[in-house]
Design a protein around this ligand. Structure first.
Ligand code: BES
Ligand code: ZN
Ligand code: ZN
Length: 485
C-alpha cells in the first residue's frame, strides 16, 4: 500500500472510496463537489469510531465512508490511530484499490502529532499476514491519498514511516521460527543497513563472541545447530553529535526452554521470543528514514534455545564478557544470558549515554501487567519517566516495576558470582530478572522493558491485536530517540 500526502487545497482525484472524518456535535463538512444522500449525513453522529458507508451522489468518489472521532478537545491521537486502521480495513473489505482520506477538523495545538497518528493507523491497519498461505486472497488496496493541512501532513509523513516500521517488526515476529532463524534476522538487518544511507552494520559471529569472552551468550546457542549472532546496526546523523543511545533487543528466534524444556502447550508462541529484536530492527529502519540528530546503536543478540547433547545443563557455570560467572540453574532463563553479554558489549564498546533493552523476558510480567502494558525498570528514574512519557504519547503503554536491593541479593550465586534464577518463593520474577541484568550495565543510565505481555496477545485496538504480534516498542523507541534530538 502506497500512501501519498496532499493538502486540503489540492483537488480530489477519482477514487473508489473517499473517507471523511467528522466530529460529534459539529456538522459534517464534505469536500467541495462531493454529495451523498442526506439520510447518510443525518444518521451520522460523529461518535468515536462510528462508521457510515454510503454511495456518493456526486463528486470524484464512488463511495464515501464517514468516520467519527468523538467530541474530544483536543482529539486524542490514539483515537485517530484506531480510526485510521478502521478506515484501511474497511477500504480493503469493500475491495477498493484506491482510497482518499479527507481530514479537515480542528487540530488544536498538535496538528503534527494528529497527522502522525492517523498515518500510523492507516499504515498499521493495512498489515496483512498472507505470505505463508498458498491461496491467500490478493490485497486490493494499493493506494491511499491523505489530504490534510500542511502541518498535519508533516506529521503524516512521519507516521507513515513509523507505521511501516511497526509492520516490519510484526512481519519478523509473525514469521514461523523455521523461517526466521538467527541468520534470517541477520539478513533482515543487512537489508536495513543497505537501504538506509546513514546506517551501517557490524556483526559479531560466534568466533568473534569467543574472542570477546561472551561465554554467556555462546552457552545459549550451543544447543542449536543454528549459530548465534550479535547484530549491531549503527545510525550516525549527518551532523556530528555528542548524544549517543543504544537500543538492545532480545532476539531468541525460538525458545523451547533448552534442557529445562517448556511444556508443549503454547510452546509455538515462543517464535515470538525475538520480539525485542524485531522492535529494535523496526525502530532502526524508521530512524534511518527520519534522520534524528542522535547517534543510535541497535544491538540484537540472536539465538535459538533448544535441548541437545551440547546444550547448557542446569548447574552449568558460564562466564560473561565482563568476567562475572553465572550458574545456569534453569536453561529456560536464557534471555538474561544473551542480554548479559549484549549489555556488557554496549557498555564497554559503544559507551552510550543511555541504553534501553527490550525483551520478552518473563512470564511473570504477563501475570502482573497483562497484555496492554510493558513493564519498565532501570537504574535512572529520569530515563524511566521519559520512557513512560513516550509510552503515553505513542499508545504503547508502560508501567514501572521496582528494582530493590533484595532483588539483586536474590540473584547472587552460591558456586559462581550470579545465578540465572532466584530462589523458589522469592517472587517478583520480572524484577529479579531486571536485577540480574543490572550486573552488566555498570553506571550507564539504563532501562529494561519487559515486553513478554505486550509483544503479542493484546486485545484488538483496530491497528493491532488478534493472534499476531503487535510490533510493540517500535513507536515508543522512535519517540524516545526523537525526543532527544
Ligand atoms: N521467553 C521466556 C519468557 C516468556 C514466558 C515470554 C511466557 C512470554 C510468555 C523466557 O525465556 C523464560 O522462559 N522465562 C522464564 C524464567 C524463569 C525460568 C525464571 C519464565 O518466565 O518462566
Ligand atoms: Zn526461556
Ligand atoms: Zn525466552
Amino acid at each position: 500500500m502506497k500512501l501519498t500526502v496532499k493538502t486540503t487545497s489540492q483537488n480530489l482525484v477519482k477514487t473508489d472510496l473517499l473517507i471523511v472524518f467528522g466530529r460529534e456535535e459539529a456538522s459534517l463538512k464534505l469536500p467541495a463537489g462531493v454529495t451523498v444522500p442526506p439520510l447518510a449525513i443525518r444518521s451520522f453522529e460523529g461518535k468515536e469510531r462510528e462508521m457510515r458507508l454510503t454511495d456518493a451522489t456526486g463528486g470524484p468518489a464512488s463511495r464515501v465512508l464517514l468516520i467519527g472521532v468523538g467530541d474530544g478537545k483536543p482529539i486524542d491521537p490514539e483515537i485517530l490511530r484506531r480510526c485510521g486502521a478502521m478506515a484501511a480495513k474497511k477500504a480493503e473489505e469493500i475491495e477498493a484499490s484506491a482510497a482518499t482520506i479527507w481530514f479537515d477538523l480542528p487540530t488544536g495545538k498538535s496538528p503534527e502529532s494528529l497527522g502522525q497518528a492517523l498515518a500510523e493507523g492507516l499504515t498499521m491497519g493495512s498489515y496483512h499476514l498472507t505470505e505463508f498461505q498458498s491461496e491467500a486472497k490478493p490485497t486490493h488496496l494499493k493506494r491511499m491519498t491523505l489530504h490534510g493541512s500542511p502541518t498535519f501532513n508533516t506529521g503524516s509523513k512521519r507516521g507513515q514511516i513509523i507505521g511501516a516500521a511497526n509492520c516490519l517488526a510484526r512481519r519478523l515476529q509473525d514469521s514461523p521460527g523455521n523461517l526466521m532463524r538467527p541468520r534470517d534476522l541477520f539478513t533482515e538487518a543487512k537489508k536495513i543497513a543497505s537501504s538506509k544511507d546513514h546506517i551501517t552494520l557490524k556483526v559479531i559471529d560466534e568466533k568473534g563472541m569467543a574472542k570477546l569472552g561472551m561465554g554467556s551468550l555462546l552457552s545459549v546457542s550451543k544447543g542449536s545447530s543454528e549459530p548465534a549472532y550479535l547484530i549491531h546496526l549503527i545510525y550516525k546523523p549527518k551532523k556530528p553529535t555528542n548524544s549517543k543511545v543504544c537500543l538492545v533487543g532480545k532476539g531468541l528466534t525460538f525458545d523451547a526452554g533448552g534442557i529445562s524444556l517448556k511444556p508443549s502447550a503454547k510452546m509455538d508462541e515462543m517464535k515470538y521470543d525475538m520480539s525485542g529484536g524485531a522492535a529494535v530492527l523496526g525502530a532502526m529502519a524508521a530512524i534511518g528514514d527520519l534522520n534524528p540528530d542522535v547517534e543510535v546503536h541497535g544491538l540484537v543478540p540472536t539465538s535459538e534455545n533448544l535441548p541437545d547433547g551440547n546444550a547448557n545443563k542446569p548447574g552449568d557455570l558460564v562466564t560473561a564478557m565482563n568476567g562475572l560467572t553465572i550458574e545456569v540453574l534453569n536453561t529456560d532463563a536464557e534471555g538474561r544470558l544473551i542480554l548479559a553479554d549484549a549489555l556488557s558489549y554496549a557498555k564497554t564498546k559503544i559507551k552510550p549515554d543511555a541504553m534501553i533493552d527490550l525483551a520478552t523476558l518473563t512470564g511473570a510480567v504477563v501475570v502482573g501487567l497483562g497484555h496492554e502494558y510493558s513493564g519498565v525498570m532501570g537504574n535512572t528514574p529520569a530515563l524511566i519517566d521519559t520512557i513512560i512519557e513516550s509510552g503515553d504519547r505513542t499508545g504503547e503503554l508502560v508501567w514501572p516495576l521496582p528494582l530493590h536491593p533484595r532483588h539483586t541479593e536474590e540473584m547472587k550465586g552460591s558456586v559462581g558470582d550470579l545465578k540465572n534464577i532466584s530462589s523458589p518463593g522469592a517472587g517478583a520474577g520480572s524484577s529479579t530478572a531486571g536485577a540480574f541484568l543490572q550486573n552488566f550495565v555498570g553506571d550507564i543510565p539504563w532501562a529494561h522493558l519487559d515486553i513478554a505481555g505486550s509483544a503479542w496477545g493484546a486485545a484488538d485496538r483496530d491497528y493491532q491485536g488478534g493472534p499476531h504480534g503487535t510490533g510493540v516498542g517500535v513507536r515508543l523507541l522512535v519517540d524516545y530517540v526523537e525526543s532527544l534530538s
